[in-house]
Design a protein around this ligand. Sequence first.
Ligand SMILES: *[C@@H]1O[C@H](CO)[C@@H](O)[C@H](O)[C@H]1NC(C)=O
Ligand SMILES: *[C@@H]1O[C@H](CO)[C@@H](O)[C@H](O)[C@H]1NC(C)=O
Ligand SMILES: *[C@@H]1O[C@H](CO)[C@@H](O)[C@H](O)[C@H]1NC(C)=O
Ligand SMILES: *[C@@H]1O[C@H](CO)[C@@H](O)[C@H](O)[C@H]1NC(C)=O
Ligand SMILES: *[C@@H]1O[C@H](CO)[C@@H](O)[C@H](O)[C@H]1NC(C)=O
Ligand SMILES: *[C@@H]1O[C@H](CO)[C@@H](O)[C@H](O)[C@H]1NC(C)=O
Ligand SMILES: *[C@@H]1O[C@H](CO)[C@@H](O)[C@H](O)[C@H]1NC(C)=O
Length: 489
Amino acid sequence: MSSGRSQIWRRRTTFWIRAGLILFIVIFVWVQVSFVDFGGSVSTYSDINDSQAAILSMVPVVLHKFLAPKPKNMTNIGLNGSYNNLGYYKASLNISDIKRNIAQYNLQQTVYNEDLFGPLQNDSIVIVIQIHDRITYLRHLIVSLAQARDISQALIVFSHDYYDEEINNLVQSVDFCKVIQIFYPYSIQTHPHEFPGEDPSDCPRDMKKDKALKVKCNNALYPDLYGHYREAKFTQTKHHWWWKVNRVFNQLEVTRNHTGLVLFLEEDHYVAEDFIHILRLMERTCKDACRHCNILSLGTYLKTYNYYGDSKKREALRAKQKTKKKFADVQPSWTFQVLPSLYQHPQKVEITPWISSKHNMGMAFNRSTWNGIVRCAAYFCKYDDYNWDWSLQHISQNCLKQKLHAMVARGPRVFHIGECGVHHKKNNCGSTAVISKVQQVLKSAKRHLYPDYLILNLATVLKKTKLRKGNGGWGDYRDHKLCMSMTIR
Ligand SMILES: *[C@@H]1O[C@H](CO)[C@@H](O)[C@H](O)[C@H]1NC(C)=O
Ligand SMILES: *[C@@H]1O[C@H](CO)[C@@H](O)[C@H](O)[C@H]1NC(C)=O
Ligand SMILES: *[C@@H]1O[C@H](CO)[C@@H](O)[C@H](O)[C@H]1NC(C)=O
Ligand SMILES: *[C@@H]1O[C@H](CO)[C@@H](O)[C@H](O)[C@H]1NC(C)=O
Ligand SMILES: *[C@@H]1O[C@H](CO)[C@@H](O)[C@H](O)[C@H]1NC(C)=O
Ligand SMILES: *[C@@H]1O[C@H](CO)[C@@H](O)[C@H](O)[C@H]1NC(C)=O
Ligand SMILES: *[C@@H]1O[C@H](CO)[C@@H](O)[C@H](O)[C@H]1NC(C)=O
């Protein structure tokens, strides 16, 4: 960038000196520098038009309703509401209201749209979506689900750990398949000052154990394996995950006898329209060609959003050498690492031992796999790691008779559109650039979707994975106990 800038500077300087307008040099250089700086930071997204209008233009008009909330009727405002930053009214319920509503939802177990789409069949797909509070991503996930073929036969279970009327309205407006809502009853929202939230008498994360024992804080005896005390907000996702899987397979009236596939998604995922087709194809292929496969995965994890694509850079360098130009226009661009593999490998699947960090997105299994997992509840609940996926891997390696063996789509049918995790807020969290990119990738892959058959690829045999130490954050006996209590045997 800097050499390019001085090039321009030198060439233009000659011109201006010749013209004798020295005063303008200063102005020109200033303008040029500002321009280059501006271009540098903005052109990160230069190949994407991620304006709201552009994103909307990729969504069928009938689905715009899921993206654009209607303002609440202004004459119905109660006394204690407030307006959020978009100008929409939010009722502010107190905690006892929320607890009452949650209990009611969990008791009533209303299945919406059953009258339109009929009861759940034993070969229908159940889609369970774990939701916290990122409604913008959820809106786009719903839009993607609405466009999926055969979605009308599915049941979507929305599993919430945050009660919010705006999210409820959105979920209840889903009209393209059966829907049920379940609410994790031990959330931090409903327990702000007591376990599983943060009890004022809990030990602070960084307190040393001997000090903790002296001041007799609640959990003094139970730091994690790195010597830290529990942080409530980091425990919720694993608790919620375990609760909802138990709830769906063992308790919920509509699903507790279901024998077919259950697919697990999160609020910031986005599906390709042929994902149900692919799941069915994988299920059939397993029966014929991989009897020991017991978990399906639709996605490959996009580890980092590395916007500066190395391949683009190399391309530009080659172009530069060819044309012998002094400097080529090297625009930073998106990494196409994962995304184009959808149309390069639309029908390839890999067979591989299940690896938590790679295969935790868009995974599906049925009751027979669950029966193995739930027998190992203690391995999940007492393992000192606050990640549900690492805990599941721990089960697989140490307890399951049939280890988790995955069939994984090389061309992903689930994408991760959330740039920020639930608890890791960065600056640019509202960014819709990833959504726009995924829309475009799916559009260009359209004619490669719905393959008739799958091509199996045996993954190169991995070195025997070492037994890993957990990541900690899960040393508190109260977490172990709560987690175990969710499995009613
Ligand atoms: C982005 O797309 C919208 C709608 O398609 C269009 O109106 C707008 O001009 C585009 N902006 C850019 C910078 O291309
Ligand atoms: C708002 O609510 C009031 C009372 O419930 C009703 O009379 C009115 O028609 C509503 N207005 C709109 C625009 O829906
Ligand atoms: C408003 O909030 C106060 C306390 O925050 C509560 O006592 C009162 O019942 C609430 N009123 C309504 C109508 O929600
Ligand atoms: C919560 O609000 C309701 C009204 O919406 C009120 O009746 C109730 O007393 C409130 N409870 C507490 C604990 O503030
Ligand atoms: C699904 O139900 C049909 C009839 O309702 C039955 O014939 C079939 O065996 C069932 N399949 C499984 C896997 O339970
Ligand atoms: C599920 O199975 C149990 C016992 O096998 C039965 O009592 C119950 O009615 C079944 N539920 C549904 C929804 O089919
Ligand atoms: C459930 O998955 C297992 C493989 O894990 C498979 O053998 C079994 O047939 C499946 N059950 C049903 C009812 O599809």
